[in-house]
Design a protein around this ligand. Sequence first.
Ligand code: HEC
Ligand code: HEC
Length: 197
Amino acid sequence: MSDLARKYLHLALGVGLLSLAPLATAAPAIVEACKVCHAEDGSGVGKRIVPVIAGMPAVHIEEALYAYKDGARQCLEEPVMCETAALLTDDNVADLAEYYAAIDRPSLNEDIDAALAALGEPIHKRLCARCHLPPDDPNAAEVLGPPLHGQRADYLSYALESYISGSRENLLDEMKEKISFLDEGDVEALAHYYGSY
Ligand code: HEC
Ligand code: HEC
């Protein structure tokens, strides 16, 4: 465990004790261990490869946290993410998933190129829409993949490049196949399309 991870845990525990005070918000105390990167509203403002987790169905948040915990998913650029996940109890995971899932996905006000976004839409519809619905779609939690609409464009490029290079394992062969059809222009168009949401 790195000093940084230990520090976040201490913070979380400290606030856990304080939370006996009446000023109760919906946030579980353990969110202290996350907000330095993800922010309390799950938007992760200002951080390039920190994903937006607000409005992600709880099942996907849990899946991701367990994947980091058991090493199936690595933290290539930000080891503290994996070190923090390793410290979470099953109850922490459930509470955090429920908390962040209940927050509406914020608008990031990123620089979106409308022409690129228009190119991305048909690619999404053809190859990706079956498994990736917008976060406010009533079926968003039923499909196989997490919502990508409203996700940070830099994070999407990072995630797609990680799949393409093999540094992040594709859990589904079908997505692996669909991603293999993308060239670099397609990746950029998709990032602008999802970002334009
Ligand atoms: C030091 C910064 C940092 C801290 C602290 C941190 N995260 Fe992360 N988080 C990241 C980064 C960076 C990624 C992307 C990592 C990757 O997959 O390479 C990430 C990824 C995730 C994902 C996967 C999202 C997706 O789209 O697949 C979830 C869920 C998540 N974090 C939740 C949490 C929770 C809950 C906490 C607190 C217990 C936490 N994180 C603490 C930086 C952080
Ligand atoms: C058969 C269903 C399926 C299809 C089709 C599919 N995906 Fe996925 N996708 C998933 C699942 C499941 C995950 C989460 C598990 C994982 O990491 O493999 C995921 C994860 C992702 C992630 C990482 C999200 C995050 O928050 O870290 C990105 C980016 C992504 N998909 C992009 C795409 C794109 C772009 C397409 C179309 C070219 C596509 N997917 C097609 C099922 C699918």
